[in-house]
Design a protein around this ligand. Structure first.
Ligand code: GTP
Ligand code: MG
Ligand code: ZN
Length: 305
């Protein structure tokens, strides 16, 4: 049985790349029964039903080593998190959530601040300092002036790289600049918001000549961290890990405890205040979620008694 990789899925059909051909495959009914939703990036077993017209059936999804839900792509090695210097305004809470999720899934994040040509008041410098200090790989690009595009291309190699982030930040435009010939549909923010639709509608993996894949994905504006325990959150902030050893309490959550090294570093500017405040916001959200789960399970216990 041949194996391949799903490039995209549209309307019940999956486009599977194998041996330099692309097969259009229908998933067998078994997937619906077992609740497995095949995703772009999935390694799969499939059978060829018609070699001439390159049609087949998707039989089995092989185990995943990583998975994101936003965007829904499997087996990613690297995620390029794109924000725009301007238009749309960067959503740093969304960015931090995506960084946490990437760390949890062992996916290497690279932050890409695009539309640098629109950064007339140099706000991008502060953003890049904050995230570079936190230990992240940070690129500054402009598709208009060509700045940073070679550097972006150098990051790809033989990995599966996904572009993710808010709608309108320039993911498809960046991809097109790497692929040279225009493949992805791009859109104007003002026209798009009139239609109330995003330009890119599905995630799609594109094979690169260097052996890797890149994926364009639709933008999104909200994303919730749900599969993360509240005391686990701080481990996904690399700038917290060494100083946390000097907090008075082991297991310090860096919120209300006294003699907290993280709070000290925030107050003297060594840790970015914005990153810390959003950490506290996320911690509060996860705590609420946890309390709700606890109450629910208590109620269920009471019912059973
Ligand atoms: N000035 C400027 N405009 C850019 C740049 N990159 C992209 N744009 C413009 O930003 C708009 C949105 O770009 P897209 O590439 O469609 O954005 P996207 O992130 O793919 O959006 P979705 O597909 O909706 O998620 C387009 O009008 C692009 O021409 C840039 O570096 N500078
Ligand atoms: Mg797009
Ligand atoms: Zn602490």
């Amino acid at each position: 049985m041949p194996t391949g990789i799903i490039l995209k899925g549209i309307g019940g059909f999956y486009y599977i790349s194998a041996d330099e051909a692309i097969y259009e495959c229908k998933a067998r009914g078994i997937f619906r029964k077992n609740d497995v939703i095949p995703l772009p990036g999935d390694k799969v077993n499939f059978s060829i039903t018609d070699e001439g017209s390159q049609k087949g059936s998707l039989d089995q999804v092989l185990p995943r080593f990583s998975q994101l839900t936003r965007p829904a792509v499997a087996n990613i090695n690297q995620v390029i998190l794109v924000i725009a210097a301007r238009s749309p305004v960067p959503d740093f809470l969304l960015l931090d959530k995506l960084l946490v999720k990437a760390a949890k899934e062992n996916i290497k994040p690279v932050i890409c601040l695009n539309k640098l040509d629109l950064d007339i008041d140099d706000a991008g410098r502060k953003i890049s300092e904050a995230y570079k200090n936190a230990g992240y790989d940070f690129l500054r690009t402009s598709v208009k002036t060509g700045q940073g595009l070679d550097e972006l291309e150098d990051k790809l190699g033989s990995m599966v790289t996904v572009f993710a982030g808010q709608s309108g930040v320039g993911k498809s435009t960046l991809l097109n600049s790497i692929l040279k010939d225009l493949i992805m549909e791009t859109g104007d923010l003002s026209i798009r918001s009139d239609r109330g639709k995003h330009t890119t509608r599905h995630a799609e993996l594109i094979p690169l000549s260097c052996g890797g894949y890149i994926a364009d994905t639709p933008g999104f504006s909200s994303f919730e961290l749900e599969s993360i325990e509240q005391n686990e959150l701080q481990h996904y902030y690399s700038e917290f890990s060494n100083p946390a050893e000097s907090c008075r309490f082991s297991g310090c959550s860096h919120a209300n405890e006294p003699d907290c090294k993280i709070k000290e570093l925030v107050s003297n500017g060594m840790i970015d205040m914005g990153r810390y405040e959003r950490y506290i916001e996320l911690l509060g959200y996860l705590k609420k979620l946890n309390d709700m789960k606890y109450k629910k399970s208590n109620k269920e216990k009471e019912k059973r008694q």
